[in-house]
Design a protein around this ligand. Structure first.
Ligand SMILES: Cc1cc2nc3c(=O)[nH]c(=O)nc-3n(C[C@H](O)[C@H](O)[C@H](O)COP(=O)(O)OP(=O)(O)OC[C@H]3O[C@@H](n4cnc5c(N)ncnc54)[C@H](O)[C@@H]3O)c2cc1C
Length: 359
């Protein structure tokens, strides 16, 4: 007989939507999420440069769950017995999954919660970007560099400068991957100014010439500053987030101190880069462990962060660099692999299948 325990998943991003779907047939799943659609952040930068493609960023929650439900609201407080929502409603839970991830400066992740508003914002920014001769990007991490690549793919003649206070690209990755990246950026004509901080006096993402710290440009974008979404834990009724807002977890991805509460993805304090790929691996571990509990068994699945970093960093749909792990150690992947695994469709087909949508 099915144990219809209630599993409340808070946050329907990469990790939360995967856990909710995995447990949908075994439990009464409630997914709490303020957006009307899952956002595949990997596609955000192309959604800005190609308005005709931008709809691919969003996957409505309607097709995700067959038995469970999605409650369009936000967690305001969580305690060991359930969640209190911003609307004041209360959902009691047998198992709780914290999956509220992180926010990122626009356009990395949309600020608006409705697809229509987010698309409208992207299209307005696209018009202003189209009219800019010189674009400044603050942040030379993967997001800033991918944005530079997408802009150069659509407007090869637009001047693009990327600044960063750091002195090297992709620290911690293989020297050959970093050398490939410099060559690819040079070939695109992207100007890099490392060891430089620029504080433009104008709003990001708006057309309007400015000069700041020796750089003159027509528009700028902020490509740094991940913020962990854990405000709803600030009352300390469940756990106390660390200084960066992350939550301490055990090897089975339980929130420390609770057998029936889990956390995954960017909200965890795991010593690894904050990546969707890892959030989805966490989701498998959490779903396996909750499933074991639903059958009355002890959970045994554990998660160990990988010893070496990995990355796929497209520079537009046809270029980019990457590094994969292997039992013999990390290795640089050819551009064809970057294009095939990520650059060509930015994971659109993978999420179309998960959300039951034809694309
Ligand atoms: C531009 C860009 C490109 C990226 N590309 C890649 C990539 O190619 N590969 C990769 O591995 N990683 C990539 N990342 C990183 C990746 O997006 C994050 O690691 C990932 O989003 C984390 O997933 P998550 O499941 O932890 O949470 P998220 O995907 O951040 O989802 C959290 C969800 O929780 C919701 N939420 C927030 N607060 C509340 C609340 N109080 N109550 C209820 N719900 C709430 C949010 O609306 C959101 O839907 C990229 C990031 C950016 C910004």
């Amino acid at each position: 007989m099915l144990d219809m325990s209630t599993v409340v998943v808070i946050g329907g991003g990469y990790g939360g939507s995967a856990v909710a779907k995995a447990l949908d047939a075994e439990a009464d799943v409630v997914l709490v999420e303020p957006r009307d659609a899952f956002v595949n952040a990997a596609g955000s930068l192309r959604a800005l440069t190609r308005p005709d493609w931008a709809g691919n960023l969003f996957f409505p929650y309607d097709g995700l769950l067959a038995g469970g439900r999605v409650v369009r609201d936000r967690a305001a407080s969580v305690d060991p017995h359930g969640v209190t929502l911003a609307s004041g409603a209360r959902i009691d839970a047998d198992h709780i999954v914290l999956a509220t991830g992180s926010s990122y400066s626009y356009p990395g992740k949309p600020a608006a919660e409705s697809t229509a508003d987010a698309l409208d914002h992207l299209r307005r920014t696209h018009k202003e970007l189209a009219d800019a001769g010189h674009v400044l990007i603050a942040g030379a991490g993967p997001v800033g560099l991918e944005l530079a690549g997408e802009i150069k793919d659509v407007w090869p003649d637009k001047r693009v400068t990327v600044v960063d206070p750091g002195t090297e690209l992709l620290p911690g990755f293989l020297p050959e991957v970093r050398a490939d990246l410099h060559r690819a950026l040079d070939a695109l004509g992207v100007e890099l100014r490392l060891g430089t901080t620029v504080s433009p006096p104008v709003e990001p993402g708006r057309l309007g010439a400015f000069t700041a710290d020796g750089v003159t440009a027509d528009i700028w974008f902020r490509a740094h500053g991940v913020r962990v979404n854990s405000d709803y834990l600030a009352d300390g009724r469940l756990t106390t987030p660390g200084p960066r807002g992350t939550v301490p977890v055990t090897g089975t991805l339980n929130v420390v101190g609770y057998d029936h509460v889990y956390a995954l993805g960017d909200i965890t304090d795991l010593p690894e880069a904050k990546m969707a790929g890892y959030a989805m691996q966490h989701a498998e571990v959490v779903a396996t462990n909750i499933s074991a509990r639903l059958r009355g068994e002890d959970p045994t699945a554990t998660y160990d962060p990988a010893p070496h970093p990995m990355i796929l960093l497209p520079l537009g749909p046809r270029g980019g660099v990457g590094q994969f792990p292997s039992p013999e150690g990390p290795f640089a992947v050819p551009v064809e692999t970057v294009v095939e695994y990520k650059g060509a469709d930015l994971f659109t087909s993978r999420f179309a299948a998960q959300f039951g949508i034809e694309r």
